[in-house]
Write a protein that binds this ligand. Sequence first.
Ligand code: SF4
Length: 149
Amino acid sequence: MRPAMKPKPDPDIAMREVLAIYAEWERRPIERSCTGLADCCRFRLVGHTPYLTRGEALVAAKAWKAAGRREVVMPADGGCPFLHPSTGRCGIYQGRPFGCRTHFCEAAGGPARRAEVRDLIARLEEIDHRLGGNGAVNLPVAVRQAMGR
Ligand code: SF4
């Protein structure tokens, strides 16, 4: 008997699951105060680039496409490609990755503690695995890959 074929993962279901994880994070009673200053989005300046799992990249790519964009172009200043050059606002705020919600921004309260996010990261990793990913990937690369899906 041949082994049963694994069902193809449904990206829409995966994206809904990722958004549910983001929503769950927002409901947690953990003090965060992102005011959209976007300092943390200047990767070269702060020395950090967020890494995304595949489901997060699909969500970010969908938000970028919804903004009418078809490409992910790295700006010359080494900042995030989704940071608007004149307004300084995130172009995919509703679809921004988990790292942008929880990590590396001192102004918003500093990185979330590992214990506060471990379970949610595990769920993002499980979705990544189901989608055929192999762990988190650098933000511009991850979203560029997801744009073609
Ligand atoms: S995705 Fe948005 S919040 Fe995250 S680094 Fe880029 S501009 Fe900043």
